[in-house]
Every structure is written in C-alpha cells, then in structure tokens.
Design a protein around this ligand. Structure first.
Ligand code: NI
Length: 396
C-alpha cells in the first residue's frame, strides 16, 4: 500500500477522466451519460456497484473492503450548471448551454481515481469504504434522497461511521486544504412574497391599492430582519434578488412580487428569520391594504461539521500534505451545500480543496463561464481521501 506509487500511477488516467467528464456536463437529475461513464470505469476496475436508488437513478454507490470493518464514506457530486462555456479548452463542453462550472467533474474524477487505488488495497484496508457519486447537488438536494434511501444507516451497504466530502475552493491556494469544526456553510431557504392590491390608473391612486409601494417597502424593511431581529453575534442574511411588478408607467398593477434567499448557520436562526420575514411582509401588506401570499421553499440545512472529524481532517491534511498546507477556516461561508444532509445524521466533515494557482490572487470564480477545475488539485484531493481511509479513526 504505497501511496506515492499508487498516486503517480493513477494520476494520468484520472486527469483524462476529468477531461472526459468535463466535455459531457449534465444538469441536476439528468446525469445519465455521466453515470454511464462512472459505471463503465467501475466495471473496468472489477468493482461492483449499486445503480441508483428509487429517487435518484443517476446515483452510483460502490463499496470497497471488508463490510465488517468500520465504514467510512466519500461523496462526490456529479452535476453541472446551465452556463454556456467560454474556456476554449479542447475538452470544453460538448453540451450546448451546460457546463462543469463548479468543478464537480474534478470531484467525480478524484473519487474514481481513489476507487481504482482502494480496489487494489481492499484486503488490507483498516476500513470499509463506501464511494458515493451523488446527483443533483446544484438543484434538488440529491443528498437528502440518498440519505432517505438508506445510504448511511445500513439499508444500502454497511452503516456509515463517518462521511467526508470536498469542494474545490477558489480562494484557497493549490495544495492546501481548509475546514473548521461546527458550521461551515449556510442554510439556503427561498421565499417569494406576492402583494396583491387593486389595479387602477396611476392618476387616481386612491381608487386602487398599490402593491408596488408595498413590495418596495418590504425590500427595504426585510434588511431589518437581520439588523433588528437576529442576535447581532449570529450570522444571517436576507437578499432580495428578484423584484417583479407592473407593465405601464401610468398603471398601478394588481400584484407585485419580491423573492430572495435567506442564509443562516444555525437552526434557531433559520427559524427566527422565517418568522421575521413572514411577520414583516404581513404587516406591510396590511398597512397598504394589500393581501399577502407568501411562498416558502426550504433549501439545504446549515452544514455543520462534527468537531472530532474536523480535527481528523486537519490532522490528516497536516500529515499528508505538510504542516503549513492545512489552513484552518477562521469563519464559515454563507454559500450552501447539500452535503449538510449527510452531516445532519452522521459524523463527518466537509472540507475545502485549494484550486488557486501560484501567482493568482484567486482562481476563476465558481459558476462562471471561464472556470475550469485544475488538474493539479486532483492529486491533493485523492491524497486526502486515501489518507483518511488509511488512518481512520486516527487521533483527532
Ligand atoms: Ni459545487
């Protein structure tokens, strides 16, 4: 079980796989070609796998090692985004209007590279490893469907003792890894508040009820959910990203709608902001003589790392990459990630993988049309996952 030899032997194939995946990006829950490629590779390795679960047919789950040993899971998300690629790369997207702009091609390739190495070590591994290629991270929360299908609790393979996942991180230098105990990423709820007034000519506002005034008042007022209702030491945000209403300059319309995203790092803050938005919108609607229709869509929960497992990731990174290559995350990110669903029921840790090359201030941002996951980060991700498997449960 020589890590260096195994890694250098596997790397060329892993980057080739990443390029093939990059060329065939597919949106959430449509990852059929991607799943076919993953399964073809597993077949070639002679590694058995589960082809999907009832609610997530494009998921692929493989198990390596003795199921009687402690089981740890690694997860890669496999979906892409509705973005037209502008990188000009020779392996650029062949799918019009779709692109691996979040680096999930890198995550998927890292896990395939690990699968081939772990397969060779299967008999000597101190753990059983469950490899999860998960669909629908960007939209739809594929993680929740896999949890419900029993991927962690022993209904689908052995019960999982700890789960680990990674994401390419543009602000972090290549070769480095970062994470923190406790909250790392935010909950991602959405709301749409429709104010229903009474249509009339703009010259006679007293004959109608103006939903535009109500909606505008709400946009400003909702900024006080955080500044007045939330404990000032508690992070949270309300962003209204869409304002819709009206068709003509001289007509007061029937309705106006605002919609936005709400982010928090704890469950109490999440519930508190929901109540605050409901109360404030209802009050504004009443004051303007409008009716309120409020639609709430629960997004991903806050992602909360298990402290012991975050310690294990930190210790592993220091040992496997170098003492200065683990950079503790001094604060969480308000981005969201459906890995949170796994951590809601099982110990584990999500960590950030540096993708910012030397001399760059930051890599290209995620979700932009010129983003590409750097091949040089593949080895770092593989080294982390393999080291986590070899040393588990380690010394936190
Ligand atoms: Ni992503």
């Amino acid at each position: 079980m020589n890590l260096e030899t195994a890694l250098s032997a596997a790397l060329p194939k892993t980057s080739g796989l990443r390029h093939r995946l990059h060329a065939i990006p597919e949106l959430s829950d449509q990852e059929h070609q991607t799943a076919a490629l993953i399964r073809e590779e597993l077949d070639q390795m002679g590694l058995g796998f589960t082809q999907g679960v009832p609610e997530a047919p494009t998921a692929t789950i493989a198990i390596v090692g003795d199921p009687a040993r402690p089981c740890i899971a690694f997860r890669a998300d496999i979906d892409a985004l509705p973005i037209e690629e502008k990188t000009g790369l020779e392996y650029a997207s062949r799918h019009l209007g779709r692109m691996h702009a979040c680096g999930h091609d890198g995550h998927t390739a890292i896990l395939l590279g690990c699968a081939s190495i772990l397969k060779g070590w299967a008999d000597d591994l101190p753990v059983c490893v469950k490899l999860i290629w998960q669909p629908a991270e960007e939209e739809g929360g594929g993680a929740l469907r896999l949890v419900k299908a029993g991927v962690l609790d022993g209904r689908l393979g052995p019960p999982v003792d700890a789960i680990f996942g990674l994401h390419g991180w543009p602000a972090l230098p290549l070769g480095a890894v970062s994470t923190r105990p406790g909250p790392l990423m935010a909950s991602t709820d959405r709301f749409a508040a429709t104010f229903v007034g009474r249509r009339c000519h703009g010259a006679f506002p007293h004959l109608g009820r103006d939903p535009i005034v109500a909606a505008c008042e709400a946009v400003v007022n909702l900024q006080q959910c955080v500044s007045r209702d939330l404990d000032p030491t508690e992070p949270g945000l309300v962003t209204v990203g869409v304002v819709q209403g009206g068709v003509a300059v001289n007509i007061i319309p029937e309705t106006a709608c605002i919609s936005g995203t709400v982010r928090t790092l704890t469950h109490p803050a999440r519930h508190m902001l929901r109540e605050s938005i409901q109360r404030r919108c209802a009050g504004i609607a009443a004051a303007q003589g409008c009716r309120l229709q409020l639609d709430w869509t629960e997004g991903y929960p806050p992602l909360i790392n298990d402290p012991a497992m975050a310690g294990y990731v930190a210790a592993t990174a220091r040992a496997a990459l170098g003492a200065d290559r683990f950079i503790p995350a001094d604060r969480p990110s308000m981005g969201g990630e459906d890995f949170a669903y796994y951590l809601a029921s099982t110990a584990g840790c999500f960590f950030q993988l540096g993708i910012c090359g030397a001399g760059q201030e930051s890599s290209r941002s995620l979700h932009t049309d010129d983003f590409d996951f750097p091949d040089a980060a593949l080895a770092v991700g593989m080294r982390m996952f393999l080291s986590l498997a070899l040393n588990y449960p380690g010394q936190p």
